[in-house]
Design a protein around this ligand. Structure first.
Ligand code: ATP
Length: 329
């Protein structure tokens, strides 16, 4: 349904508000397929390129190179009107913070009507009916249509944002950290709402989060990113011990409660700058298994169906954290 092929996003670097000659490699050689009805979780440390990937998926960021296809149509070769129509009818986006994502001065009715107006869907009466339907879908009373976003709670605002993302009946919803700006008490409600909508509407979802436990619970497949690259795609049922890329294992081992409570796999050094990523494998400067070949190549390997990883020296499936820690000694 949605496919990225060898997508790169390179920005001009800025320092103190001034552009420099450096280039930031925000996304490098990204290949990703999202099938109808599938939930793909995306994890990785801050700055690894998760939001850039999200923006590419919803057509908000034009790749520097590579292709983004919806239902076999290459998005960035289309005329602007066709591209907007294809994106509008295919994909909805839920942002991290509903307080900033929703226009505070517009009542909820207008927020939800907006995409219908822009894409010229239905008559005025049909649009009003769709607003009522959307509010019901996300568990809000019909009276919420008259409220301003500022009069709603954080959880209610995020429900409005979910409703807006669904207004044009997309097949795919991209949710970028949809609960991280919310009180802990309402996070579970929004996650359950997304799960419920996914099964009721048959939606595909790309779910981006720092919270690996939640990603595992929500997803069919977990995509791990490091320094602008997708380093592994692991079936959710194989998380954590089935992951094969050393970085994925280190990331999972640092997640409280995911693996038995022993020390996480220690990593030396820091993430290199996105303006000067290493050659070959991006993780090689910190990887205890890396050798010379990792500086030259970044091979793709496949394990079982749907499990892909880029590594010359993958860890054995099922290796325990203790075994991996002992390898380092
Ligand atoms: N418009 C831009 N101009 C320059 N650099 C950018 C721009 N957008 C993103 N970057 C850089 O690209 C890299 C990836 O950023 P991105 O926001 O995608 O990461 P992220 O994983 O979503 O981070 P976080 O979890 O903190 O939101 C970072 O080094 C970031 O500083």
């Amino acid at each position: 349904m949605l496919e990225l092929k060898d997508v790169h996003v390179v920005h001009k670097a800025r320092s103190g508000g001034v552009f420099s000659r450096d280039r930031v490699h925000a996304l490098t050689a990204a290949d990703l397929v999202v099938a109808p009805g599938e939930t793909v979780g995306v994890v990785g440390e801050s700055g690894c390129g998760k939001s850039t990937l999200a923006k590419v998926l919803v057509g908000l960021q034009r790749p520097t190179s590579g292709t983004v296809s919806f239902r076999g149509r290459d998005l960035w070769t289309l005329k602007e009107r066709e591209r907007r129509e294809l994106i509008g009818s295919s994909v909805g986006m839920i942002f991290q913070d509903p307080s900033t994502a929703l226009n505070r001065r517009l009542p909820v009715r207008q927020v939800l009507r907006d995409p219908l107006n822009v894409h010229n869907r239905g008559t005025a009466a049909q649009r009003e009916a769709r607003v009522r339907e959307l509010l019901e879908l996300v568990g809000l009373p019909a009276s919420a249509a008259d409220a301003l976003p500022s009069q709603l709670s954080g959880g209610q605002r995020q429900r409005v944002a979910v409703a807006r993302a669904l207004a044009l009946e997309p097949e795919l919803v991209v949710a970028d950290e949809p609960t991280s700006a919310l009180d802990v008490s309402v996070r579970a409600q929004i996650l359950n709402l997304l799960l419920d909508l996914k099964s009721r509407l048959g939606l595909a979802v790309v779910f981006i989060s720092h919270d690996i436990q939640t990603v595992r619970r929500m997803s069919d497949r977990v995509v791990t990113m490091y320094l602008g690259r997708i380093v592994e795609q692991t079936p959710a049922q194989s998380v954590p011990l089935g992951a094969r890329h050393p970085y994925t294992r280190a990331l999972f081992s640092a997640t409280p409660g995911l693996i038995s409570p022993i020390n996480p796999i220690p990593l030396v050094g820091v993430v290199p700058s996105a303006t000067k990523p290493p050659s070959g494998c991006p993780f090689r400067t910190r990887c205890w298994r890396a050798d010379d070949i990792c500086a030259a190549e970044w091979p793709l390997a496949r394990a079982e169906a749907g499990h892909l990883f880029h590594c010359h020296h993958p860890v054995a499936a099922g290796a325990t954290d203790l075994e991996l820690i002992q390898e380092r000694v």
